[in-house]
Design a protein around this ligand. Sequence first.
Ligand code: UDP
Length: 363
Amino acid sequence: MKVLHVVGARPNFVKAAPVIRALAGGARQTLVHTGQHHDAAMSQVFFDDLDLPRPDLDLGVGYDSPSAQTGRILMRLGPVLAPDRPDICVVYGDVTSTLAGALAAAQHGVPLVHVEAGLRSRDRTMPEERNRVLTDHLADWLFTPSPDANDNLANEGVAPARIHLVGNVMIDSLKRLLPRTDPGRVLSRLGLPANARYALVTLHRPATVDESAVLREVLGVLAEASRRIPIVFPVHPRTRARLAAASATPPGLHLIPPLGYLDFLSLEKAATLVITDSGGVQEETTWLGIPCLTFRDVTERPITVTEGTNTVVGRNAGRLRDAIRSALDGGDREPRPRPDLWDGHAAARIAAVLTCEGDRAAD
Ligand code: UDP
């Protein structure tokens, strides 16, 4: 079986690594990096930490608008798909490269696999939501992380035979790397003691950082919280640009470049509290049992709230202030069981389905 994987952004690398590993031996694999995230801190460090193979091809689309990136991916991926047609094309998650890879596969008649299918925020103003919906409706195999995703796809009329509940591939990477994490090593680089209490922050969604009024309010709340607890904030390139444009340099925060996966996981597992607008971070904190405040109005990952440690605060600085206060004042939470199938074996389940279907197609 010839498998083409299309990846382009930080969360893609975390999701693709276990699938590529699970398919090794049984498939001829080609890895295409679109270049959506291309600098060392957003790309190479993930290849190193996750033992990803070097991409066979880098499309070099660079930082640009989603439309420009999509156009370049379509133009540059076509010539790869046409001459040596893969049996399947695998795309991951909900970024621009996900939908562009899906469109390219559809245009060239290559069967499409979507890993992390079926998640829905029901907020079509989010680019990620549009990417999810469109990719799912182009896909031939849809691998879902949780039962709510199956329900969403069923409600949208996706044929049940295409949908496979396999669990969460992000947790495959997390479980594999966890033994190598070392919070003390990362904290010492920040001048913090190994047993420090701290809040870890990631914010990068357009809805959070593109409106300078919202960004300033959030930074104000974080600066206020930093009087109670150190705030460690690895800053995404998009956020860095917005901070520079708004000339905003909040006092009291550890604003640092984006961290590699191993370093970020190290800080995540020992954090007192995580504040985020990321999708993946909501899932990782649920698995780790770390309280998470999500600075968004909705989540496409409701299981992190119903079964996990996540609280969706809303995109409101006052509510974030209150939520931080009650999280810091509150006692330890009762540990909860982890969501079903978030067990480190999701990629093995994906490989089993694809290998079985591939053999059937070859018969
Ligand atoms: N992450 C990381 N370094 C950071 C921030 C996040 O390695 O400085 C990891 C995090 O552990 C998770 C992934 O990046 O695995 C989430 O990516 P992101 O928040 O960019 O995307 P989303 O999950 O929102 O699509």
